[in-house]
Ligand binder design. Structure first.
Ligand SMILES: [Zn+2]
Ligand SMILES: [Zn+2]
Length: 236
C-alpha cells in the first residue's frame, strides 16, 4: 500500500503524491526563460533584470513557485523532522527535469552549507536533493569543488552590489581540483532547495565561469516570486 505524503490517501505504487495533490501543487508554469522568476500570466521571454544585466548563469529551472504546500514540505525536510521528505522532493525535481527535457550537465554541485551549520543539522538539504537527482539522471554529484567558508550575514538591508560582494566572500571555488577533472567539467549545475533572488547562483556562476567552466545552470525545487511583478520588457 502506498499513501500520499500530503492527504494520506491511497496512491499509485512508487508515487509519492496522489494525482489530485500533484495537480494542486504551485507549479511554476509561467516564468522568465533565463532566471525562472515566476510570472502571474502566460509569458515568453526575459524579465527586466535579466535584460538590463545579463546573468552569468545560462538558465535557472525550478518546477515550483515557493508557496504552499511546497514551502512546508521543504521546511519540514530541512528542519530534520521529516528528512525523508527530501527524497520525495528530489524525485519530483528529477521527474520535472526529465519532463521538460532540461539539458543535463557534466556534474551537479549542491550549494554548500557552512561546515558548522552542516555539522549541526547533520546533512545539507541541497546535497540530499542532488544525490537523488544525480542518481536518477545518471549525473555525477561533486561535493568537493565548492566550499562555504563564511556566513554572508543578513542580506536584506544591503544593496545589490553589497549582497554580491558578501556572497563572493562566502564561497570558494576549489580551482585546482576543478581544473584537473578528466574529462573536464564544461557544464555544471548548481543545485539548491530554493532560489530566492538568484544572487547566490549568479555569483557562484560568475566564479565557476572565471575558473574555466563554459556553462553554469541553476536547479532548485522552488523559485520565490517578487511581491510586485514587473512588466515584461520584450515578450518574444
Ligand atoms: Zn494526496
Ligand atoms: Zn529573468
Amino acid at each position: 500500500m502506498f499513501f500520499c505524503l500530503l492527504c494520506h490517501g491511497l496512491t499509485h505504487p512508487k508515487q509519492d503524491l496522489c494525482h489530485s495533490c500533484r495537480q494542486d501543487l504551485p507549479w511554476n508554469q509561467h516564468h522568465c526563460e533565463r532566471c525562472g522568476e515566476p510570472w502571474p500570466t502566460p509569458f515568453q521571454g526575459l524579465c527586466q533584470p535579466c535584460v538590463s544585466e545579463e546573468p552569468y548563469f545560462d538558465q535557472c529551472f525550478a518546477p515550483f513557485r515557493y508557496g504552499f504546500p511546497i514551502d512546508q514540505l521543504i521546511l519540514q525536510g530541512k528542519g530534520g523532522k521529516r528528512a525523508e521528505l527530501l527524497f520525495a522532493l528530489g524525485r519530483l525535481l528529477a521527474d520535472a527535469l526529465l519532463q521538460h527535457r532540461i539539458p543535463l550537465p557534466d556534474a551537479i554541485i549542491p550549494v554548500p552549507l557552512h561546515p558548522h551549520k552542516q555539522q549541526k543539522r547533520g546533512y545539507n538539504q541541497a546535497g540530499v536533493l542532488a544525490q537523488v537527482v544525480g542518481r536518477t539522471l545518471a549525473v555525477p554529484v561533486r561535493h568537493d569543488l565548492l566550499l562555504k567558508i563564511r556566513e554572508p550575514g543578513d542580506q536584506k538591508s544591503l544593496s545589490r552590489g553589497g549582497r554580491q560582494h558578501n556572497i563572493q566572500r562566502a564561497f570558494r571555488v576549489q580551482r585546482s581540483p576543478l581544473k584537473t577533472c578528466t574529462p573536464p567539467l564544461r557544464h555544471i549545475v548548481l543545485l539548491d532547495d530554493v532560489i530566492t533572488t538568484g544572487s547566490t547562483i549568479n555569483q557562484l556562476a560568475k566564479q565557476l565561469r572565471s575558473s574555466g567552466v563554459e556553462r553554469v545552470d541553476g536547479w532548485a525545487l522552488a523559485r520565490a516570486a517578487k511581491q510586485i511583478y514587473n512588466q515584461p520588457s520584450s515578450p518574444l
